[in-house]
Design a protein around this ligand. Structure first.
Ligand code: 13P
Ligand code: SF4
Length: 346
């Protein structure tokens, strides 16, 4: 079945020629990654989308990534997401409407402060637009520290959303770990105005349900069983997990770490399982282990991009039909682009 599907995908790509480019996130299934023209982290893929000149950009990733690609590409380019079900739950944890009302409370708690909102790439276009409207910007896990520095050049405080763990890990990287207030929009007790007034960094209470499952015990277990093992984790992991690891970074940093490892080195990887599997395949000379033993850290949203759907959208394009087009509303597009451009410039 897989051979048959590969032949169908190859035939469709051949028929479409330069009209199509496929971008694949590091967490995509093997067959998607194998057919992608570019594989990378969120930041690299947003740069590839900006540089692409193909008429169709097929995004192997999740909705917020395809939305960002639509914002960054030219108006005559079309972005296609093979499954409309591929939505990152973390992006849904900070809805623009909800942030709007929280913003009123947060700014009232610190009326004299200039608060700059920064949203993680893992968010929808309307939230990106909101951040731009308040002088803020977008960041990914590879440039969050730079986004904070940018914000502190013009503002006094940062509201970071949706990922509290990336926010906390970034605060540590900047030596600001004692300057954090948390804002839990779902809990009346979780919004402390006095704390907001006193702290320079305010963290929205969102998280990634895949990375939150990693625990320090997983690191202890892997080191007990493999005394030479080093550990690299994604900064969406809890603070104590990042602290206990040897290294933390975006999925591109994790890939570079393994690409630069010496033959025979052992690395345990604390991120989504598909990337760990790719790294085992791409670097057989390195001993690559999943951090979590048999527990499966796989991302439901990324997994929605089934190779059968990729085949379908490509064959439909050959037949002249555009399926699963991702189009950001024009009223959000312009401002969201400002937020993304600010990131691409820093
Ligand atoms: P990267 O930007 O590191 O690729 O991360 C994207 C993501 O969704 C992590 O869960
Ligand atoms: Fe979202 Fe986490 Fe999946 Fe990344 S791994 S797409 S943050 S749910």
């Amino acid at each position: 079945e897989e051979t048959d599907r590969t032949e169908r995908i190859d035939a469709a790509l051949e028929a479409l020629g330069d009209d199509v480019v496929i971008l694949g996130h590091n967490y995509q299934r093997r067959e998607i990654v194998d057919h992608a023209d570019f594989v990378g982290d969120s930041y690299q893929l947003s740069k590839e989308a900006a540089a692409a000149d193909a008429e169709y950009v097929i995004f192997g990733g999740v909705t917020f990534m395809a939305e960002s690609a639509d914002i960054i590409t030219d108006d005559d380019q079309t972005v296609i997401l093979p499954s409309m079900e591929a939505s990152c739950p973390m992006a849904g944890m900070a809805e623009a409407l909800q942030v709007d009302s929280a913003w009123a409370e947060i700014t009232a708690a610190a009326p004299d402060a200039n608060i700059i909102p920064i949203t993680y790439m893992n968010s929808y276009a309307d939230l990106k637009a909101f951040c731009a409207s308040q002088g803020g910007l977008v960041c990914t896990s590879s440039n969050a520290h730079k986004a904070f520095e940018y914000a502190f050049e013009t503002g006094d405080k940062v509201l970071f959303l949706p990922d509290k763990h990336l926010g906390e890990n970034t605060a540590h990287r900047l030596g600001m770990e004692n300057d954090i207030a948390e804002w839990d929009p779902w809990d009346p007790e979780g919004k402390d105005a006095a704390d907001v007034a006193e702290s320079d960094i305010i963290l929205w209470d969102g998280y990634c349900q895949v990375h939150e499952r990693f625990r320090v015990e997983h690191i202890d277990q892997v080191r007990d069983a493999n005394p030479d093992a080093k550990v690299v984790v994604h900064p969406e992991c809890r603070r104590e997990v990042v602290e206990a690891a040897d290294k933390a970074g975006s999925t591109a940093t994790i890939c570079e770490t393994i690409a630069n490892a010496d033959p025979g080195d052992t690395w345990a990887i604390g991120t989504e399982i598909h990337l760990t599997n790719h790294l085992q395949r791409w670097h057989p000379e390195v001993n690559v282990l999943p951090l979590c033993g048999d527990a499966c850290m796989d991302c439901n949203a990324m997994r929605q991009i089934d190779p059968n759907y990729l085949t379908w959208v490509l064959e439909e394009l050959v037949a002249g039909r555009e399926r699963n087009v991702i189009e950001v509303a024009p009223e959000e597009k312009e401002l969201a682009e400002v937020a993304l451009d600010r990131m691409l410039e820093i």
